[in-house]
Design a protein around this ligand. Sequence first.
Ligand code: SAM
Length: 217
Amino acid sequence: MILIVLLMGFLMSKLYIVGVGPGSKEYLTQIAISTVSSVDVVIGSKRALDLFGIKAQKHELNVKNMKNMLNQSIIMVKEGKNVALLSTGDPGFSGILKPILELEPHIDIEVIPGIGSVQLCAAKLKIPWDTANIVTMHGKGISEGIIDIINNGKPTIILPNFQPSELVHFLIEKGIDHQRKVAICERLSYEDEKIVKMSLKDVLSEEFSYMCVMVVY
Ligand SMILES: C[S@@+](CC[C@H](N)C(=O)[O-])C[C@H]1O[C@@H](n2cnc3c(N)ncnc32)[C@H](O)[C@@H]1O
């Protein structure tokens, strides 16, 4: 009997990968809120957890414990718990969906999309993003491939994963015109959100938050 109950729990439990948007509560979706309030365990970064009034068990995710916590979330689902893994922005773009699918593609997963930093950046700068190149540098270094992308006539929206000046240094060295226009959107949706426009070469002498999206026009 106990075995049947445990098996039923396992069969019905789910891992929800919940996009929480760019950071402000205003960009949280109703389905993200209702999903988080319905699960047994919530796992996310401090800034993601702080968006919700969580009554369930919660665990903070950070760079150091990331792999362990993702594994733990899978184990908890296998034990019969419903778990929400919070992913900033949208889980499917440089988010938590990919590492989870790599770790365990066979458990029951539901993805709740969120408003991504690329979307919000495009909206703020009035760029129809079906006309833009979209590039993430997360999980990879700077490679020559970026040069052809930046030169293909479309605006390029980039998640840098390091200081934008590092990328700009590389671009200028590879012959990209240092007068090309750039926009940098920092801490989108937060009270101290900042959007600046400058030429490529001016980026070299500036520092930006880790939370920034860069557009090369
Ligand atoms: C690990 S990626 C996560 C991207 C996320 N899944 C998304 O859809 O926005 C983290 C990067 O997203 C960007 N980012 C996330 N939130 C941001 C915000 N509020 N403002 C500007 N950039 C942000 C930054 O480039 C940051 O380095």
